[in-house]
Ligand binder design. Structure first.
Ligand SMILES: [Zn+2]
Length: 384
């Protein structure tokens, strides 16, 4: 039997002691192969209370203690809903102003200990880049990784050489990260009509994501980029969220401690609990000591509604930064960029032309600046 129960996923943020107690009892009965609903357990608990009330405080104390021990990274004090609503306030300060009715996906990344928001991104589509610097994968999960790299670079580049630079790197290595996504990533839930692309000879599923690509498979268009589920899997089982290059150059490894899924699916019949269980299993979250939560955050702008809204065509990428760096907007104690069609908003065709190379036109979260600043940083570590 799976040690994970979808029931369990959303309850840790609850401060309601009885709800938590009922959850614990339901799970324990489940472990013995007894499947019982919450109302039944609630009724049993209420009746039993009259008989065992003198012993109840002692039992509860022992039970919670053992649960906390067995789940190393549970932070009972953390109110996840409050944390994510705080992130959404920052989003509202810096999001594109007066957009037409539209929908998007949002991802946020917090430091689990300080609660500080480190990075935030909203997604548009994946598309085939028209110019070499274009970012092809503009799903929120992919963009938040770029925002996080930018956060790392700005934080380290703002430190003076020597001990404070090395200390800042050590602090980054100790980070425990909380990733929030407003809905399940692509690759877990099928939201598009038609079949997933498969290899014609082997029949195996091909790792592409939906978007505006050049390949057509019936009405479905796929882009040669990994599904977000597969990307998450690599971040979790690989070197960390900062990516392979940052790991190699800086010996940096930033791990997720918790993933939080919102309630923004448009399909009213979608089974959240089944999908949470699948998500937990497929990403092997238990082996990697990553907790999973489901919270009742549902904002209309994060719910797909093809009948009355259109997909948002501007991605917001924000990262926490104290620097005075050039070339990115400043807002909400950080910096941010707007991306349209994988490039800085408002660029003309000639400004995208690689033969007219101009660094000012390149995104700070694009490959050019990420690589260049990483090289600068590595030099400083080597010379210091
Ligand atoms: Zn995706």
């Amino acid at each position: 039997m799976s040690q994970y129960s979808g029931r369990e996923a959303g309850r840790w943020y609850s401060k309601d002691g009885l709800a938590t107690f009922v959850r614990v009892i339901s799970r324990d009965l489940g472990d013995f192969g007894v499947s019982v609903g919450r109302p039944t357990v609630l009724g049993l608990v209420t009746s039993a209370c009259a008989c065992i009330s003198p012993c109840l405080p002692l039992f509860l104390k022992a039970k919670f203690k053992s649960d906390h021990k067995s789940q190393r990274q549970v932070d009972p004090e953390m109110d996840l809903e409050e944390l994510i609503r705080g992130n959404l306030k920052i989003y509202n300060e810096v999001k594109p102003k007066n957009p037409p009715p539209s929908y998007t996906v949002i991802a946020t990344l917090n430091d689990a200990d300080s609660k500080q928001l480190l990075a935030l991104a909203t997604g548009t589509q994946a598309s085939v880049g028209a110019y070499p610097d274009d970012i092809e994968d503009c799903h929120a999960e992919s963009l938040i990784k770029r925002a996080f790299k930018r956060y790392i670079l700005d934080r380290l580049l703002s430190e003076p050489d020597g001990e404070s630079l090395r200390l800042s790197l050590r602090r980054l290595n100790e980070l425990r990260l909380v990733l929030f996504i407003s809905q399940f990533p692509c690759g877990l839930v099928r939201r598009y009509q038609g079949d997933e692309p498969v290899d014609e000879t082997t029949g195996a599923e091909i790792d592409k994501k939906p978007g505006r690509g050049q390949e057509r498979d019936g009405k479905i268009v796929f882009v040669q980029r990994s599904k977000c589920m597969n990307k998450l899997k690599r971040w979790i089982s690989g070197s960390g969220l900062q990516g392979r290059r940052f790991h190699q150059e800086l010996e940096l490894s930033c791990k997720l401690a918790r993933i939080v899924i919102g309630q923004c699916e448009s399909d009213p019949d979608l089974e959240y609990e089944k999908n949470l269980a699948d998500f937990y299993e497929k990403l092997a979250l238990r082996e990697h000591n990553i907790d999973l939560n489901h919270i009742p955050i549902r904002e209309e702008e994060f719910v797909f509604d093809v009948d009355s809204k259109k997909p948002q065509d501007v991605s917001l990428v924000w990262w926490h930064s104290d620097t005075n760096g050039q070339n990115a907007n400043r807002g909400a104690k950080g910096r941010y960029e707007y991306i349209v069609n994988g490039r800085r908003i408002g660029l003309t065709k000639s400004q995208c032309d690689p033969s007219r190379h101009n660094e000012r036109h390149k995104l700070k979260i694009g490959d050019h600046w990420l690589r260049k600043d990483l090289a600068r940083l590595k030099e400083r570590f080597q010379s210091g």
